[in-house]
Structures are given as C-alpha cells and as structure tokens.
Design a protein around this ligand. Structure first.
Ligand code: SF4
Length: 391
C-alpha cells in the first residue's frame, strides 16, 4: 500500500491493555510507564490492572502527535502495545492497530521483526533498554541497516556516522568503537535515537527521548525530527510529560488520564484553552506557567491504582469541579462543537506519492488537518454545554 494512502498512516481503535497482577506479583514491569509508579501495589495482588482502556487515535504521514499525561496514565504501555511488545503478564485484550492499512494486532513474531526498526521504530526513555552493554555502538547501530536495507558494513557505518554527527556526536571521535558504558547519559540517549532512525522508519514512537539532554541538544533532536517529517514524511508519536518539548515539535496532542483519552486537539489550542479539568491542571503545572514567586499549581492527589480505578469519571477524586454525578456516570468523549468532524472520522486524503515533494506535501497536509479532530470528555460540570446531552 502507498505510504500516503487515504487512510491515515496509523489508526488505533479501542485498544485495551491489561496486566494480570496475580502472575506478576509486581515483579515484571517491562510494560510499565515508570516501574516505580506503575508497578502493581502489594495490596493489589490478585487483581487485573486495566492500564489502557479503549484508546482511539489516528496519525497521518508527516504528522507529529504528542501523547501527554502524568506517570501512570498508560503512555508507555501504549507505545509498547503499538509494537507488539506487551509481554505476559500483560496482554492486549481488545482493539485494532492498523498501520498503512495492515492490521498489526495478532502478527506473529517473524512478521513483527520485519516491522520493527524498518517500518516502525521505538525510542525508549531508558537507553540501557535499547543499547547492548557488551557490543560497540558500531556493532549495534550497523546491524539493522545491514539486515533491513542490505547495506554493506562500510555503508552502514558511514550512514551511522553521518546520523550521529547530525545529533552532535562528531568532532573526530571514534563513536562507533565505543561501548555504551563509555558514553554519558545524553550521548547514550542520542545513540539510541540514531539507532531508531537509521533505517528511516515511517513511524517513530519516541518515549521521553530527551529527558537526559540539555536544552541545546533537545533543540538538535527536535530539528532533526522536524526535518524527517518534512523531507521523508516520517510520522512521530511523541510521548512525554514535558509540555515545553512537546510544543516545540507536535501539531496535535492527546491527553491520557488513567488509561483513557480525556482530550484531543491541536496542541496550541489545548495549551491556550484546555477544556478538561485534568488538561487544565496538566498545563497549569508546567514550568513557566507559574506566577513569579508562587509555587507551581498541580492536580491534587495521584492517578490511583489501575486495578481499582475510581467509579464514574476516573478523575473525580482529584477534580475541583466534581459533583455527585461524577462518581456514578462515566462521561463520553465527544467532538468539540467547532471541530466539524465526528470522532473516528478522518479529514481528507493525504497526497499520493508521485513526486519528490510528496513527503513535504504530506507533512503540510498533516499540519493543516491537525485542526480537524478535537474531542474532549463531556464533563458534568456546568461550564460544559454538552454535558446534558452526554451525561
Ligand atoms: S466529569 Fe466531573 S469529575 Fe470528571 S472531569 Fe468533569 S467535572 Fe471533573
């Protein structure tokens, strides 16, 4: 299928991921957002953690979509689910992940190996999870271009050196001869990013890829990804709780709370006028939003235990607007009145391939279409005029 067919590049529908805590005893945290934050609690043993619940979203060629939310919201588990990396005791219980028209849920391991790295790449927030400590960077970075693209070792090394240089690892240093332990945290993070981008995957899922980088290097990474979206039509799912970095790159954002989408829309609009109380708290808590001399505002409390989400609206124990209905009724995710499209409908088709300008046009189309889909939970509080219809 064409890289720029009418269907968005990635279409996720009703994705539902659970972890069987009875078997994990809290020890297996490979699918967890943050092992310290999401590991099932001791008192939860014997239950099922419902970490991602009915997730829907789309991502077009050349588009950057930010997946926002605090630790424990299900962001990293979503990333792993999209690449078939949810290991037992976790499992995808329901849903569909379509990539360029092809269903990925249910692929066997051999088929996944052809997709991972070549078509979809995942950059982990923790480089040690990606880089093998007993192999040099050259050995690990050159492996995928040789296997997926048929490059010679020299050609693969040349490509790796060029990409590392783009990421600021140049200066005549023999980076490819180094082992991960010989690098700083920021250098390891950039090497892991280079490894993900070497085969020019169509979709990059980047899970907090800039946490170990100083602001100058963050700008380098953002510019590199921006160039990839413009010149190659690369799509990026940017998973982060750092709104400042998200705003540097993403056109659109989805806000996750307790495994569910609570709001979706153009990132600039969400930042300017967040509708859902959780989104409001998230943006109010970002550095820079505070008034000089006053502490940062935060949502009170914590998201809670995924084995025992609160009834009704999952945000109600923390919500300053909650009333009695909020503990009983689970509000629906509805389109914004101005959005013009129903949830699940796509804007018009992306440009077809056919000229070297196609990736650039795809990126422009993705940016233009970013206004087309805005949704938020229909709250029960009186400020939301959709509440009566939804509640
Ligand atoms: S439904 Fe109620 S508890 Fe949930 S966000 Fe809206 S007002 Fe707050």
């Amino acid at each position: 299928m064409s890289a720029y067919a009418a269907e968005p590049r990635l279409v996720v529908r009703g994705l539902d991921v659970r972890f069987d805590v009875r078997r994990s005893s809290g020890a297996d945290t490979r699918g967890a957002e943050d092992p310290r934050a999401e590991a099932p609690r001791a008192e939860s043993i014997g239950a099922e953690a419902h970490v991602v619940d009915g997730l829907d979203f789309e991502l077009r060629a050349g588009e950057v979509l930010a997946l926002l939310g605090e630790s424990g919201s299900g962001k990293s588990v979503t990333a792993r689910a999209l690449l078939g990396l949810v290991d037992p005791p976790g499992r995808i219980v329901a849903g569909s992940v379509r990539f360029e028209g092809r269903e990925l849920c249910g692929l066997d391991e051999a088929a996944w190996r052809r997709v991972r790295g070549r078509e979809i790449a995942l950059v982990f927030q923790d480089p040690p999870a990606t880089l093998n400590p007993v192999l040099t960077l050259g050995e690990q970075l050159c492996e995928a271009p040789r296997a997926h693209l048929g490059l010679s070792t020299n050609a693969a090394a040349e490509r790796a050196r060029a990409l590392l240089a783009e990421l600021g690892l140049d200066g005549g240093e023999p980076w490819l001869a180094r082992y991960p332990h010989q690098l700083s945290g920021g250098q390891r993070q950039r090497a892991a990013l280079a490894q993900a981008l070497l085969c020019e995957p169509k979709l990059v899922i980047a899970d907090e890829p800039t946490t170990a980088l100083d602001p100058t290097l963050v700008a380098v990474v953002v510019e590199l990804l921006r160039r990839r979206t413009r010149e190659l039509g690369t799509s990026v799912l940017w998973i982060t709780h750092d709104l400042r970095v998200a705003r540097m790159l993403a056109q659109r954002a989805i806000v996750l709370y307790a495994g569910r989408v609570v709001e979706e829309g153009p990132l600039g609009e969400l930042a300017r006028a967040p509708r859902h109380p959780y989104t409001q708290a998230l943006f109010a808590a970002r550095p820079g939003a505070e008034k000089r001399g006053r502490p940062l505002s935060t949502a009170r409390g914590a998201a809670g235990d995924p084995t025992r989400w609160p009834s009704g609206c999952r945000f109600h124990p923390r919500c300053p607007f909650a009333d009695a209905r909020c503990a009983e009724l689970s509000p629906e995710l509805l389109p914004e009145p101005s959005a013009g499209l129903s949830p699940g409908l796509s804007p018009g088709p992306s440009p077809e391939l056919g000229s070297e300008r196609a990736p650039r046009r795809a990126a422009e189309a993705a940016r233009e279409s970013s206004n087309a889909r805005s949704r938020s939970v229909a709250c029960h509080h009186p400020l939301d005029e959709r509440a009566e219809g939804a509640g």
